[in-house]
Write a protein that binds this ligand. Structure first.
Ligand code: CA
Length: 359
């Protein structure tokens, strides 16, 4: 049956009868509109992250033929950046975006879904989430009436910006660093003082010496954040966040109230945003790094090998300790570790073997 003919017939039935099936048809036929709100942890206009959320909303409007309209608010516009979780969970808004490790104080196991120190890269994270990881994530968010979706991977991050040189693990003693998630717990174990701050506050803190160091994302975003004006040393690799997955959180009750096709529109748009974000970062980082080094004379440094070995050991200990604290973290950690091992074995003879040849 032609779609138009189908709609005409079922629409006519729906207008006359009030069976639940007919009502469902009537919704489609009448083009019921859903007006949703979305809050993020990002600053207004922040490239890729906030603009990605806006892009997501625009694409949903197009894909749904204007049936699902989403108003996007940056951090602080409707709720504070760190108020996103409660706003979506409590049903004040239907959608939120940020990073799951921001909610470590509420849901410890959520940290594993952003990134794990010495964990997997973007490819590995996406593979894990696509083959069981997301199910686990859904399970741990379920008690909060939340449905998570991967919403953009940053790719490999940088180690961060430091006001002084870092030569050994002793340089972390007393170091005040903005670094969230499990990586932050490793820095704390190394003797540092971990500070958690939303994006909007980091530059000023670093510039005024309230913090001695910060990590953020990678060259493209870090350049725009202006960190090079506040700290001269830019370290790599980002051992603490080798492939950070950002999140979309959906109020589950609101999601289930949508017709099936609109649920799928959200899912597909989120998945598209996930890969779009990685593409944006990967495309922009190379040129931004050149600009940081050549134009802004940034001191680009690799963390000393012995320090990385120590940090890796501290990371393994931290992960076991954090996982042992509660049941869900233990379950997620075990699943992550198992997948990482298999993924790593394959990666060693595929990506790793090829990478140096690529030049
Ligand atoms: Ca980061």
């Amino acid at each position: 049956m032609e779609r138009r003919e189908f709609l005409k017939r079922t629409g006519a039935v729906a207008l006359g009868a009030a069976t639940s099936a007919a009502l469902q048809t009537e919704r489609v036929w009448a083009g019921e509109k859903f007006l949703w709100n979305m809050v993020t942890t990002w600053t207004p206009g922040m490239s890729v992250l906030q603009t990605g959320a806006q892009r997501f909303a625009e694409r949903i409007k197009e894909m749904s033929g204007g049936r699902l309209l989403i108003q996007v608010y940056a951090g602080g516009e409707l709720v504070p950046p760190m108020g996103v979780f409660d706003a979506v969970s409590g049903g004040m808004v239907q959608l939120g975006s940020g990073a799951s490790y921001y909610w470590a104080g509420k849901v410890a196991a959520a940290q594993w879904f952003t990134s794990v120190p010495f964990g997997m890269n973007a490819q590995g994270m996406n593979a894990w989430l696509g083959s069981g990881g997301l199910k686990l994530w859904e399970e741990i968010y379920d008690p909060y009436n939340l449905l998570p979706r991967p919403f953009g991977n940053t790719g490999m991050q940088m180690g961060g910006w430091f006001r002084k040189e870092i030569n050994s693990v002793t340089d972390f003693k007393g170091l005040k660093m903005r670094i969230p998630g499990l990586g932050g717990k490793v820095v704390a174990k190394a003797g540092g003082t971990v500070v958690l701050q939303p994006a909007a506050d980091i530059f000023t803190s670093l510039e005024r010496g309230v913090i001695d160091a910060t990590e953020w994302v990678g060259p493209m975003h870090d350049l725009r954040m202006g960190f090079y004006k506040a700290a001269p040393y830019y370290y790599y690799p980002g051992w603490h966040e080798p492939g950070s997955c950002l999140e979309l959180m959906i109020n589950k009750k609101a999601y289930l109230s949508l017709p099936k096709d609109l649920q799928m529109v959200i899912d597909c748009a989120a998945m598209e945003c996930n890969i779009w974000t990685l593409n944006e970062f990967e495309a922009g980082n190379g040129a931004a790094l050149t600009e940081l080094v050549e134009k802004h004379k940034v001191q680009l440094r690799r963390f000393p090998e012995s320090l990385l070995v120590t940090l890796k050991k501290l990371s393994e200990e931290t992960l076991e300790e954090e996982a042992a604290k509660e049941k869900t973290s233990q379950k997620v950690h075990a699943a992550f570790k198992k997948f990482k091992k298999e993924n790593g074995n394959w990666g060693a003879i595929s990506e790793k073997a090829y990478y140096d040849l690529m030049g």
